[in-house]
Design a protein around this ligand. Structure first.
Ligand code: 5GP
Length: 314
């Protein structure tokens, strides 16, 4: 977050929009840009873009650097990244199609507010799993630059102008990127799920079930998980509950604090499915590792019911 400290006796001012307004107020009448476009519609667009930034983009951009949730109102990083991309889509729709600045020919507070955030986002977004970043965009699954995928044509044209034709913006970019690269050199991003700890383990047949490439008897589905009957049941009712996105969860042993929302969601889904199946008594099992009889390395809960069970399990 940008912060302005003018001298020891003044309070620090933070957030680009507030800093910019403060400078304009303090140095009113001095030469230099007013950040106040000449047309009323551009001034309104600037205000709306600044509010969009502060209310919807600012609170979730933490999903690109915070070690664990919550990310704004989201419990998982991938959900927050998708929302961030959706909000970039709103910024795209508000940006002036002719440019070169966000609201047209004059530089505005919107440029000053969004640009530092955009430096951060375009630097960080490509570090995350392409499947997360690309999903919110077009159906095109071909590899591509994730940031380019997230910015629409108007924002990309604005970005190109700011980073190649505006010397002040270029200086700001190099200062911010310099700081990010110094963090990077100290492995700052390594613990972030999807950035440095990408799920590169081999895909399993459950991905094919999720993609409907392998048929299965599905009994439940929501945004986070899927439940289907086991092909080789060991009880009259034997249902597998899996997260739709593995996100590193080859098994429960790989869980981190980032997975808490997904795991909690799966437990609630298990209870829902048990009710749906008319089971009052049931057993929920997860096998972790080959010696615990795990054979598919995509986390799953076995919901077993319809017969008596013994304890301890074998
Ligand atoms: P694990 O042994 O890893 O704890 O559990 C994997 C489960 O997936 C097994 O119970 C196995 O029967 C089930 N399974 C394996 N292949 C398929 C399949 O193609 N379809 C379905 N529905 N279940 C499968």
């Amino acid at each position: 977050m940008p912060m302005l400290v003018e001298d020891e006796n003044d309070k620090a001012v933070w957030e680009s929009d507030a800093i910019c307004r403060h400078i304009l107020d303090r140095y009113a009448g001095s030469p230099g840009p007013t950040f106040w476009p000449s047309s009323a519609s551009a001034r309104t667009a600037s205000e709306v873009l600044c509010r969009l930034h502060d209310a919807y983009i600012g609170p979730i951009q933490g999903c690109l650097y915070k070690p664990m949730p919550p990310f704004g109102r989201f419990g998982t990083r991938s959900e927050a990244i998708r929302e961030l991309i959706a909000q970039l889509g709103v910024a795209e729709s508000l940006a002036d199609p002719e440019g070169p600045f966000l609201t047209g020919p004059d530089i505005s507070l919107a440029d000053a507010t969004l640009f530092p955030t955009m430096v951060f986002i375009t630097h960080m977004l490509p570090k995350f799993d392409e499947t997360i970043v690309a999903k919110a965009g077009s159906a095109d699954s071909a590899p591509r630059d994730a940031a380019a995928g997230a910015l629409g044509p108007r924002l990309l044209a604005w970005w190109a102008h700011m980073t190649s034709a505006d010397p002040e913006a270029m200086r700001i970019k190099s200062e911010i990127v310099g700081g990010l690269e110094a963090w990077e050199a100290r492995d700052r991003w390594a613990p972030l799920l999807g950035a440095g700890t990408r799920d590169e383990a081999e895909r399993t047949l459950f991905d094919k079930i999720i993609a409907r490439e392998i048929p299965s008897e599905m009994v439940y589905e929501d945004d986070v998980c899927l439940a289907f009957r086991d092909i080789n049941p060991v009880a009259p009712t034997h249902i597998l509950i899996i997260p739709k996105e593995r996100e590193g969860l080859a098994g429960l042993g790989a869980a981190t604090a980032e997975h808490a929302a997904t795991l909690g969601h799966m437990m609630v889904a298990a209870a829902t499915v048990a009710k749906q199946e008319g089971l009052e008594d049931f057993r929920l099992v997860t096998n972790n590792g080959a010696s615990a009889c795990q054979s598919v390395f995509h986390l799953h809960l076995h919901l077993l019911g319809g017969r008596d069970f013994t304890w301890p399990p074998g």
